[in-house]
Design a protein around this ligand. Structure first.
Ligand code: MN
Length: 377
């Protein structure tokens, strides 16, 4: 007899309690409230979608921010979902001794993976098993992929807060390669840790899991759509629908300011780059190009002037201040010697990063030699 299909929701990295340290205080409160609101809307949407199982792939909340009220809210809301909810702890909500996951009061439908090592939540009514792993500490590298239990139900789901090597290579969370994960023979890989939605395909190109990403984005590298996924497993096939939920987006624009002669010019180009925005989002503007060394590009002032055009604006400078090297080389003495010396280094440079570093060194050196001052460049 063919196994019955399984309809589930997969979410992760909600980061309830995230501090938004880069925002001014009143905007921090707004974003913290929006993270909570989006979590609530997500659970309402999950109820509407009539799923049979909910998978929470870690970083549901941030441990430092987990007060009694937050824990109470989580227990209430997850209890009301009414179907089994399986929760793996991530690096931000690890199972340390005072973890709220170890407190009393979790409803019977919420199965937190509370042990060390790989564990199984057996769900006979769904003919499914969830095999999962929780972080025991923020920097827990995991137990590797040895000793993963066998299961005999029709649907085998693997749930973990884990690093897939090519995505997050610097992070310590359970590093794994696609081949490692394939050895787990999961019908579905419910992963968390990566904050942007990222589908996972097996070596034959078939969809086999995903990172749902943050439902409400929390950082400037979390661009694009944010929400959670509703999935369907049927006879070994995975089908996923992404459900967008986020209230605000993180946007980035490169602003080429070459030729600008004043801060006002730069401001106008930045405003033009943001024209499409309805004023509700969080922007990172990256200034690029070359400007005259006498123009002091104050990124803080620019950000301040742009603040009422969006929810929040941050300005970063990748500018290369430009000296006219051709003219300056004609001067006798140490300046032309310095330029010739650095140009030799430039032509021997092995990478774009090295060239950029040398170009900055030329500017800093010329500041010192011609103006007698060292500026932050
Ligand atoms: Mn996270």
């Amino acid at each position: 007899m063919a196994a019955k299909g399984l309809r589930f929701a997969h979410l992760g990295d909600v980061h309830l309690g995230h501090r938004f340290a880069y925002l001014p205080r009143e905007k921090r409160r707004v974003r913290q409230r929006e993270v909570r609101e989006t979590f609530t809307r997500m659970l309402e949407e999950i109820s509407r979608q009539a799923v049979e199982l909910v998978l929470v792939a870690g970083d549901l909340f941030e441990h430092e921010a987990a007060d009694k009220a937050l824990v109470q809210t989580l227990q209430d809301r997850l209890g009301k979902v009414g179907v089994p909810v399986v929760v793996a702890a991530g690096n931000h909500d690890p199972l340390v001794s005072d973890s709220p996951y170890l407190a009393e009061g979790w409803p019977a439908n919420v199965h937190v993976l509370r042990g060390a090592g790989w564990q199984v939540v057996d769900l006979p009514e769904l003919d499914a098993s969830v095999v999962g792993l929780s972080h025991q500490a923020p920097d827990d590298p995991g137990h590797g992929l040895e000793g993963v239990p066998e299961t005999s139900r029709a649907h085998r789901i693997v749930l973990a807060h884990a690093t897939l090597d090519d995505l997050y290579s610097s992070s310590p969370s359970l590093p794994a390669t696609l081949q490692d994960l394939e050895r787990l023979r999961a019908d579905y890989l419910a992963l968390g840790h990566y904050h942007n939605f990222h589908p996972i395909h097996d070596s034959e190109g078939r969809l086999c899991g995903c990172y749902p990403g943050t439902p409400e984005p929390v950082g400037f590298d979390e661009r694009g759509q944010h929400g959670f996924v509703v999935g369907r497993l049927r006879e070994g096939d995975v089908h996923l629908d992404f459900v967008p939920l986020a209230q605000r987006s993180y946007l980035q624009a490169e602003v080429n300011v070459s030729g600008c002669e004043s801060l006002q010019d730069i401001l106008e180009r930045a405003e033009a780059a943001m024209r499409a925005d309805d004023g509700q989002h969080l922007w990172e503007l990256v200034l690029t190009g070359e400007v005259d060394t006498d123009l002091n590009v104050e990124t803080d002032w620019l950000a301040h002037e742009l603040q009422d055009r969006a929810f929040f604006v941050k300005v970063r400078s990748d500018l290369v201040p430009a000296y006219n090297l051709f003219e300056m080389k004609k001067r006798p003495g140490v300046v032309s010697y310095f330029i010739a010396h650095m140009e030799n280094k430039l032509s021997a440079a092995q990478s774009a990063a090295e060239r950029q570093k040398i170009q900055r060194a030329i500017v800093v050196g010329l500041d010192a030699l011609t103006k007698g001052e060292l500026k932050r460049r």
